[in-house]
Design a protein around this ligand. Structure first.
Ligand code: NAD
Length: 265
């Protein structure tokens, strides 16, 4: 049963955006892998979906051995396929750079950047073995222009942006489609108690389902003429779409001014 379904693996999917992506794809008939550092919660989410539809377990994205074990377990349950990998696990530690412990900045880079590199590296053989496969990295609107008060987070998402662009080209000939999704602020545990001026100025308006719908759309084959134009980055929500389009069109000094206003710096 599971072998004939398309298969999705999402890191950090016990809650928040990752869980919403899992639920959307499972509702559309995919077999889904729910993996998170919170293994119990991941297994609970998978159990709710049923063993014909989902498998769940432990994953620490910073540990390549953990990736290896999780993907092996997932592939066994999914009949050897990996149609889509979503690198979603991430953390955010808000505050002025010097007010946040250095260890927390380092942890942000370890999870948000090395976690994605580990995922792409370990999943590559499975992706290559599954025709028409893809990767969607969860980036962020904070990779449009560096964001004060979430500086290392913003830097980590710039790295995800660069990695996505590089792999989109590197894996193109192997038929592995690599994209990034760029949400602005989303209502999740990550943003519950956040104190960052940009979040106050723009508001936290997106829901996890808005992001899941966007990821679902991005996972569909691009047909006709559109199929010939690669789309690497997709913003979620009007403000993020407007900001990223503007950043492509206007001189850098204007983008800086807009971001200075938004972040009240
Ligand atoms: N919430 C937002 O405003 C927003 C906006 C843009 C992008 N994002 C990105 O979306 C992704 C999901 O964030 P969210 O808002 O759902 O946050 P969240 O805190 O609700 O979920 C993050 C999940 O990642 C898991 N996780 C943390 N460290 C991990 C590790 N080392 N290994 C495996 N799993 C780990 C957590 O246990 C949790 O389940 C992140 O990459 C985040 O940067 C969030």
């Amino acid at each position: 049963m599971a072998a004939v379904k398309k298969a999705l693996f999402v890191s950090g999917s016990a809650q928040g955006i990752g869980k919403a992506i899992i639920e959307k794809f499972a509702a559309e008939g995919w077999f889904v892998g729910v993996y998170d550092i919170d293994a119990d919660q991941a297994r609970d989410v998978a159990a709710m979906l049923g063993s014909d539809n989902a498998v769940g377990g432990a994953l620490d994205v910073t540990d390549p051995e953990s990736w290896k074990a999780a993907l092996e377990e997932f592939a066994t349950a999914a009949g050897g396929r990996l149609d889509l990998l979503v690198n979603n696990a991430g953390i955010l530690r808000a505050g002025r750079l010097a007010d946040v412990d250095l260890a927390q900045h380092h942890q942000t880079i370890e999870i948000n950047v090395n976690g994605v590199i580990n995922g792409c590296h370990t999943a590559y053989p499975y992706l290559r073995a599954t025709p028409g496969s893809g990767v969607i990295n969860v980036c962020s609107a904070s990779a449009i222009y560096g964001q004060p008060e979430i500086a290392s987070y913003s830097a980590s998402k710039y790295a995800v942006r660069g990695l996505t662009e590089a792999l989109e080209l590197e894996w193109r000939k192997e038929g592995i489609r690599v994209q990034a999704v760029w949400p602005l602020w989303v209502k999740t545990a990550m943003t519950e108690d956040i104190s960052a001026a940009a979040a106050e100025t723009l508001g936290i308006r997106l829901t996890v389902d808005d992001v899941a719908e966007q990821v679902w759309e991005m996972a569909q084959p691009r047909k006709g003429l559109l199929g010939r134009v690669p789309k690497v980055h997709t913003a979620v929500g009007f403000p993020a779409k407007a900001l990223s389009t503007a950043a492509d069109l206007v001189p850098g000094v204007l983008t800086r001014e807009v971001n200075r206003f938004i972040s009240r710096s």
